[in-house]
Ligand binder design. Structure first.
Ligand code: GLA
Length: 401
């Protein structure tokens, strides 16, 4: 990141990848009219709590998908996914969202907007960037959010920014994954040097300054690609809803957030052990998010690290959304005093761990982790530092002199 290149086409170039996208757009479609930057999402703590009306603590991170666009006179989206070198055309008058191709995320946004009577027209789009797919960093939400934002700008849809994350989340649910809205909220509302404390019940958000005092977040990518729709994400959500419905037969509650440990114990005989574990995890994870805020505000990083480890333990043993590769990396991290805590991040079943590190990871330490992982699983782990970033924005598109 940070490499500034001045090309013939654009003045404000972020890095080599951005530059390649600009060139590609020029080759395929000519002059760019609009450039959008959509960040990835990193979540410090508060996993599987968003759809349970709980608390989350994500930030928008400094990995991006960029969209280069210009209008066309046809009723078609002409798409080029530069990272995988694939092209697709979407006919706006005959939308098909059943495809398994990359264009699905574009088609669902169009369908959602059409269902809600928004008028859009043809566009040429080249997109790509620096967010690895399937890593639990919400690359698909970055595509959905970025595209929705692009349409809002290009066609003056006048959708208030405050509504966009929820619309993007609703559109994404058309894929069949019954996800929450943490990712979309962070992608739209991220602020550099801040994490967002989001109360998913009231939709209140507070920007929490991230004064990390020489600490950094690192992601370790297991390179186990998760496919949340094919995994048990929806069934975890259902487990929690089932417990709520059971308790709500006798108690006046309407949200998983209202289930206390007292309620859970009182109704333990009426739910399964598995359901008990799921909701117990959610109750404890919500408390951990609030404790994490206190730890950050007190600069108590060893406490924050412990909370990450407790979160992982719950995700692995009680919520059962981890996998051997994630568990291995979390356990491995505990061998090194500079890694204060780690946990799996995102939906789970693969993807990344997030690690709170005092100082920076030395190349020797990274090599030791990579070697151990390779020996155990016969695959590579990728390690990189992540910083916070501002949310979605239009990138100024000025032609060079
Ligand atoms: C995925 C979903 C989010 C959230 C996380 C788990 O990233 O898109 O809404 O539920 O999993 O915390």
């Amino acid at each position: 990141m940070g490499l500034v290149i001045k090309t013939q086409y654009n003045v404000y170039i972020k890095d080599k990848k951005f530059n390649q996208l600009a060139e590609k757009f020029h080759t395929l479609f000519g002059k760019t009219e609009l450039i959008i930057q959509a960040p990835a999402r990193v979540n410090i703590i508060g996993e599987h709590t968003d759809y349970n009306d709980g608390f989350v603590l994500p930030f928008a991170c400094d990995r991006y998908i960029w969209f280069f666009a210009s209008p066309n006179a046809e009723r078609k989206l002409k798409l080029h996914a530069a990272d995988i070198d694939q092209t697709a055309t979407i006919d706006l008058d005959h939308l098909q969202i059943e495809t398994s191709g990359f264009e699905r995320y574009f088609a669902i946004v169009c369908q959602y907007l059409q269902q809600n009577n928004y008028k859009i027209n043809g566009l040429n789009i080249v997109f790509g960037g620096t967010i690895p797919g399937g890593a639990g960093m919400s690359s698909s939400s970055a595509i959905t959010c970025g595209f929705l934002y692009l349409l809002n700008q290009q066609f003056n849809l006048n959708i208030p920014k405050s509504e966009l994350p929820f619309m993007a989340s609703n559109a994404e649910n058309l894929t069949g994954l019954n996800g929450g809205f943490m990712d979309q909220f962070a992608i739209f509302n991220g602020k550099k040097e801040h994490a967002i404390l989001l109360d998913c019940r009231d939709r209140n958000a507070r920007q929490i300054p991230l004064h990390l005092e020489g600490h950094h977040f690192y992601l370790f990518n297991t390179n186990v690609k998760h496919n949340l729709v094919d995994t048990e994400y929806n069934s975890r959500r259902q487990d929690c809803t089932d417990v709520l419905e059971q308790i709500a037969k006798s108690e006046n509650i309407s949200s998983v957030r209202a289930i206390t440990m007292e309620f859970l114990d009182q109704y333990a005989a009426e739910i399964s052990a598995k359901q008990y574990n799921r909701v117990q995890f959610v109750i404890k994870e919500n408390k951990r998010v609030l404790n994490a805020i206190k730890a950050i505000e007190k600069s108590d990083f060893s406490e924050l690290g412990k909370l990450l480890l407790q979160s992982h333990e719950g995700l692995s043993k009680k919520y059962e959304v981890s996998c051997p590769e994630l568990d291995f990396l979390v356990e491995k991290g505990q061998q090194y005093p500079s890694i204060l805590g780690s946990r799996m991040m995102g939906g789970g079943f693969g993807g990344c761990t997030i690690n709170l590190v005092k100082g920076e990871l030395s190349p020797q330490l990274c090599d030791a982790i990579k070697l151990a992982y390779q020996q155990k699983f016969g695959r590579q782990v990728d390690i990189w530092q992540v910083g916070s970033s501002d949310g979605i924005r239009v990138v100024p598109n000025k032609r060079a002199d």
